[in-house]
Design a protein around this ligand. Structure first.
Ligand SMILES: Cc1cc2c(cc1C)N(C[C@H](O)[C@H](O)[C@H](O)COP(=O)(O)OP(=O)(O)OC[C@H]1O[C@@H](n3cnc4c(N)ncnc43)[C@H](O)[C@@H]1O)c1[nH]c(=O)[nH]c(=O)c1N2
Ligand SMILES: CC(=O)C(=O)O
Ligand SMILES: [Mn+2]
Length: 526
C-alpha cells in the first residue's frame, strides 16, 4: 500500500497504480481525493475512476487509507468512558467531520466525549496501541478544515471538559479546560475587573484558540494567543501528560529551556491534545471608546492605518471594511452605516488618554479625506458595532444564498498593506468575482471571502486562482498565507513556499519525535 501522498503532479499512470494498490489492500478503506484545479488529464481520470472520490476544495491528490476500527478498541473506549460518551452513529460522526470552512465533511469513524485529563490520556493510550488516528475537536469553528478526519480515526470532542480554575487577580492569570469558550470566560472574570482580549469572531473554545494560534480584532494592542498563554497541559499521542512550562508554573517570563508552550500554540492538534490552558489576563480598561470613519477609497483608509501605526498611537483595534462589506454589514446586522470604505477604531485607557488618541486619529483620518467620524461610547453602542464586525463572515455568506466562499487570511508588514490590497482589488475587478475585503489592518492582516457558486466549476476555479494569487502575493511581500486561521488542510500548498524546506523538515522531525506513529490529526499542516 502506498503511503500518504501530498503532491499535485501525479501522472495518470501513477493514479492507476495507486488505485490498483487500493484494490489489493482488501481490508483497507481507501480513497484518492483530487483537486479539481489540477491538470485536465488527472481531473478527467478522477471523475471516471473508482474508488476515486472528488472533493471540490482540496488542493492535492491525497490518498486516504484507513482500517475499519478494531472491535477491541471500540470495547476498550466504551469501558473507559461508558456507553453514553462514545458514539458510532452517522449524525454524530458527520457533525464532527467538518468545521465552518467550505470543505466537504470527512467524518471520523467514532466520536468520544472525555471529561477529564485522565480519560483523554486513557483514550490516547488505547488509540496508540491500536494505531488509530486521533482528532481533537473544540467548538468546530475553524475555517481551514483542521477537524476533517482525513484518515478516519477517533474524534475527541473536548467540550465536556468543563472548568475554570481560581482567578489569580493579583497575578493576572487563570486556567481553563477545553470546554470553556472565550465569551464564557469573559463573563466569569468580569466581576474581578479582568478580561481576556483575544477575540476571533466566533465564540471559540480557548484551547481550540491555542491550537490554531488564533487572534482577532484586539491583537493590535494585546497580541495573539502566542503572547497570552503561560502554560499548557497536553496529552501526547502515547497518553503521557506534559506541562509545557512545568506543572503549575505561571510566570510571565522564563528562560528555562525550549519554549514548548509556543511549540504547541498553532500545532492544530498534530502534536497533542490540549487539556488545559493557563491564560494571561488583563485589567478591564477604565474607558473604552469606539469610533468609525468613512473614506473615499480603500487606499485612503489603508494610508490612514499606516500613518496611525507608524505614529505609535496605541489604538486597541483598527478594522477595515470595504464598500461591499459595509453593504453586507448593514443588511445582516441592521446597522445604518454609510456605504463606503470604513475604518472601525477602538481606544482603551483613561478618559483623557482615549479622547486624546481618538482626536489624533480623527485628524489623521480627515487629512486623508475621511469623513463622518463618529463615536460609539455607550457599552450598548460599542457592543452593537463589534458584534456587527464579528458577524461579518455570516453577513457576507448571506449576500448570496447557496454560494460558498474560499477564505483568505493573508498578513503582510503594515507598510506593504497598500500594495497588497490594491493589487488584490485589481484581481477582483479582472476576475468578475465578488469578494469583500475586511480585516485586522492594524496588524497588516486581512481577509477576503471569495464567493463562488458551488454548481459552477469555472467560478470555483477562478475563486481558487484568485485566493492562490493573494497568498503568493503576500509571500512575495514578506508576509504569510495565514495570519490567524492556521494551515489546517486548506493552506498546505503554501507552507513549503513560505517557510522553506529546512524549516518544514525540522517541523516533521519534531512531529516524528512527539508522534512517531503519525496518529495526531494526520495530514494537517504539512
Ligand atoms: C464567524 C467566524 C469568525 C472567525 C473565525 C471563525 C468563524 C466561524 N475564526 C476561526 C476560529 O474561530 C478559530 O480558528 C478558533 O481558534 C477555532 O477554535 P475551535 O475551538 O472552534 O477549534 P476547532 O474545533 O474548529 O478545531 C480547530 C483545530 O484545532 C484543533 N483543536 C481544537 N481543540 C484542540 C485541543 N484542545 N487540543 C489540540 N487541538 C485542538 C483541531 O483538531 C483543529 O485542527 C477566526 N479565527 C481567528 O483567529 N481570528 C478571527 O478573526 C476569526 N474569526
Ligand atoms: C473570519 C474572520 O477571521 C474575520 O471576520 O475576521
Ligand atoms: Mn479575522
Amino acid at each position: 500500500m502506498p503511503s500518504l501522498s501530498f503532491r499535485d503532479d501525479f501522472s495518470v499512470g501513477e493514479i492507476s497504480e495507486i488505485e490498483e494498490s487500493c484494490r489489493e489492500a482488501a481490508s483497507s478503506r481507501c480513497s484518492l481525493f483530487v483537486d479539481q484545479a489540477s491538470t485536465d488529464d488527472c481531473q478527467g481520470r478522477a471523475k471516471v475512476g473508482q474508488p476515486l472520490n472528488c472533493i471540490s476544495l482540496t488542493y492535492f491528490f491525497f490518498l486516504s487509507t484507513f482500517q475499519e476500527l478494531d472491535e477491541n478498541l471500540v470495547e476498550s473506549l466504551t469501558s473507559i468512558l461508558g456507553e453514553k460518551r462514545v458514539s458510532l452513529t452517522e449524525p454524530v460522526r458527520e457533525q464532527h467531520g467538518r468545521d465552518e470552512g467550505p470543505y466537504e465533511p470527512m467524518p471520523p469513524q467514532m466520536v468520544v466525549f472525555p471529561e477529564t485529563t485522565d480519560e483523554v490520556s486513557e483514550v490516547a493510550k488505547a488509540c496508540y496501541s491500536f494505531n488509530v488516528p486521533m482528532i481533537p475537536f473544540g467548538t468546530g469553528t475553524g475555517l481551514e478544515g483542521g477537524t476533517l478526519a482525513l484518515n478516519g480515526g477517533v474524534c475527541l470532542d473536548l467540550m465536556r471538559m468543563h472548568g475554570i480554575g481560581d482567578v489569580h487577580a493579583e497575578d493576572f492569570f487563570v486556567s481553563v479546560r477545553p470546554g470553556v469558550t472565550r465569551l464564557h470566560l469573559n463573563r466569569f472574570i468580569k466581576d474581578h475587573g479582568l478580561w481576556f482580549p483575544v477575540d476571533p469572531g466566533a465564540d471559540a473554545s480557548l484551547c481550540g484558540m491555542c491550537a490554531t494560534s488564533a487572534s482577532g480584532t484586539n491583537a493590535v494592542k494585546y497580541g495573539t494567543m502566542k503572547e497570552n498563554v503561560l502554560n499548557l497541559e497536553v496529552v501526547l499521542a502515547d497518553g503521557r501528560v506534559l506541562h509545557t512550562a512545568g506543572k503549575d508554573r505561571c510566570t510571565k517570563k522564563s528562560s528555562a529551556g525550549y519554549n514548548l508552550t509556543n511549540l504547541f500554540l498553532g500545532s492544530e492538534g498534530t502534536l497533542g491534545i490540549i487539556t488545559e490552558a493557563t491564560l494571561k489576563l488583563h485589567a478591564i480598561p477604565e474607558t473604552m471608546l469606539s469610533a468609525i470613519c468613512s473614506f473615499p477609497s480603500v487606499k485612503s483608509a489603508v494610508e490612514t492605518t499606516i500613518q496611525i501605526m507608524s505614529s505609535s498611537i496605541p489604538v486597541a483595534r483598527i478594522e477595515l471594511l470595504d464598500e461591499e462589506a459595509m453593504k453586507a454589514c448593514n443588511a445582516y446586522s441592521k446597522t445604518d452605516y454609510e456605504i463606503a470604505p470604513t475604518l472601525f477604531f477602538e481606544f482603551h485607557g483613561s478618559e483623557a488618554s482615549v479622547e486624546a488618541e481618538a482626536s489624533l486619529v480623527g485628524d489623521l483620518s480627515e487629512a486623508n479625506g475621511g469623513s463622518g467620524f463618529r463615536y460609539a461610547k455607550t457599552p450598548e453602542d460599542r457592543s452593537k458595532l463589534w458584534k456587527a464586525r464579528h458577524d461579518m463572515y455570516y453577513a457576507i455568506l448571506s449576500t448570496k444564498p447557496g454560494y460558498r466562499a474560499v477564505i483568505t487570511d493573508v498578513c503582510v508588514p503594515v507598510s506593504q498593506l497598500e500594495t497588497m490590497i490594491t493589487e488584490t482589488q485589481h484581481d477582483f475587478n479582472v476576475s468578475g468575482l465578488s469578494g469583500p475585503i475586511l480585516g485586522h489592518v492594524g496588524d497588516g492582516n486581512f481577509h477576503s471571502f471569495v464567493m463562488f457558486d458551488p454548481e459552477d466549476d469555472s467560478q470555483l476555479k477562478a475563486a481558487r486562482e484568485l485566493a492562490s494569487r493573494m497568498a503568493r502575493r503576500a509571500l512575495a511581500l514578506k508576509g504569510t498565507c495565514t495570519g490567524e486561521h492556521g494551515v489546517g488542510w486548506g493552506k498546505k500548498p503554501y507552507l513549503d513556499e513560505e517557510l522553506g524546506g529546512v524549516n518544514v523538515d525540522v517541523m516533521r522531525q519534531i512531529k516524528a519525535a512527539l508522534d512517531p506513529k503519525n496518529l495526531m490529526n494526520p495530514g494537517k499542516v504539512f
